[in-house]
Design a protein around this ligand. Structure first.
Ligand code: PLP
Length: 434
């Protein structure tokens, strides 16, 4: 048995159970990924012992010579990856990164214009009980009812009407690219800062497969654990020296105390990996997989049961399934997929008639499967499995009874076959409970 296994078998057992769950099922939560073993090795290191308040070369603690180098490497690598002049790699999470930028650039009571949560925005873009909604005056833009896409003329109109100090572009559940140049034009026209939160699509940007917001935005925030495939955490990028200075003091001491240098080491490893050809090829498969999923769902006969793809397709790593016209709701669809070993999350769609805990949508993403080695044939198979289980569920009377047990058993076997054919962390037996 391992040291953790001996010392704390309860926790070790749970970590092993989670590893087995990830290995045996298919993770299709759009905000998740399977990070590299090397990233986890850095995170599980002695760097977790070190206090390092401040920034490299300007710390409030002694003994920082090695973590200084770790943090300098992380900064240099992420600047080069995204072609940005300044970077802060200390935010503990995406939410902390966004809070820090708001703290740096605007004052409580100022107006922020961001994408409505109900239309695919993030909590930190102005949800009522989030810090953003409590501290700032929020004016939200949504999506057009006919296309389910953001209408830049409407963003412009709202900006002129509300005169925000900060405009936020970025999303958690949206399947199309944003017009960063137009967002910047609108921000400039009202004297607002433009913050782009690229948390979801950062990996695509790093691979050169999605337009970069860095040349357009005053400041760009991101998580490091979604398409980017690193450890859980946040980053802030800018090309403006004055903004960089304000952001640094907003992160520390404004929002946080000691940085998580073990996580920053994991970020550095991930930024190094993201600069490789292998990473670009993986992001390409991520995109192809999502496009294939949208196409197959769109062409399958689930449309006859009121199940469609929101916006008719995708430009990114996720597909939004619209269940507004189906007897199947988001919660039931999530449970059905879970019953065959596919993990996704229910998600509200624009103008959702069902309550937030139920919803009329699913958000399905391909990054984790791409990290597992899925190529187009495997993505086609998983798309067909998803279409079949949704069809079986929706065809059952009122969906109350779920799908037929033999259909579930057969589809579960097909999921298991895909999982077995794409082993996760194949060379590490006990990656969690070492
Ligand atoms: N920004 C966006 C667009 C997100 O989707 C998320 C997380 O889902 C976050 C920020 C917050 O990241 P974290 O969960 O690390 O705080």
């Amino acid at each position: 048995s391992t040291p953790l296994g001996q010392l704390d078998p309860e926790i070790a057992g749970l970590i092993d159970a989670e590893l087995a769950r990830q290995r045996e099922g298919l993770e299709m939560i759009a905000s998740e990924n399977h990070t590299a073993s090397a990233v986890m090795a850095a995170q599980g290191s002695v760097l977790t012992n070190k206090y390092a308040e401040g920034y490299p070369g300007r710390r409030y603690y002694g003994g920082c010579e090695h973590v200084d180098e770790v943090e300098r490497l992380a900064i240099a690598r992420v600047k080069s990856l995204f072609d940005a002049e300044f970077a802060n790699v200390q935010p503990h999470s995406g939410a902390q990164a966004n809070a820090s930028v708001m703290h740096a650039l605007i004052r409580p009571g100022d107006t922020v214009l961001g994408l409505d949560l109900a239309a695919g925005g993030h909590l930190t873009h102005g949800m009522k009980i989030n810090f953003s909604g409590r501290l700032y005056n929020i004016a939200a833009y949504g999506v057009r009812e006919d296309t389910n896409c953001i209408d830049m003329a409407e963003v412009d109109r709202l900006a002129q009407e509300h005169q925000p100090k900060l405009i936020v572009a970025g999303w958690s559940a949206y399947s199309r690219q944003l017009d960063f140049a137009e967002f910047r034009r609108i921000a400039d026209s009202v004297g607002a800062y433009l913050m782009v939160d690229m948390a979801h699509f950062a990996g695509l940007v790093a691979a050169g497969l999605h337009p970069s917001p860095v040349p357009h935005a005053h400041v760009v925030t991101s998580t490091t654990h979604k398409t980017l495939g690193g450890p859980r955490g946040g980053i802030i990028l800018t090309n403006d020296a004055d903004i960089a200075k304000k952001v640094n003091s907003a992160v520390f001491p404004g929002q946080q105390g000691g940085p998580l240098e073990h996580v920053i080491a994991g970020k550095a490893v991930a930024f190094g990996l993201a600069a490789s050809e292998t990473f670009v090829e993986k992001q390409q498969r991520t995109l192809t997989g999502a496009a294939e999923l949208a196409r197959r769902l769109g062409e399958s006969d689930v449309a006859d049961l009121g199940i469609t793809v929101l916006t008719g397709g995708t430009d990114v790593h996720l597909v939004l399934v619209d269940l507004r016209n189906s007897v199947l709701d988001g919660g039931q669809a999530e449970d059905l997929l879970a019953s065959i070993g596919i993990t996704v999350n229910r998600n509200a769609v624009p103008n959702d008639p069902r309550p937030p805990m139920v919803t009329s949508g699913l958000r399905i993403g391909t990054p984790a499967l791409a990290s597992r080695g899925f190529g187009s044939a495997a993505f086609a198979e998983v798309a067909d499995i998803i279409a079949e289980v949704l069809k079986a569920g929706a065809a059952e009377a009122g969906a109350e009874s779920g799908a037929e047990p033999q259909v579930i058993a057969e589809l579960s076997d097909r999921v298991s076959a895909l999982a077995t054919a794409h082993p996760l962390y194949p060379t590490m037996n006990e990656i969690g409970a070492r």
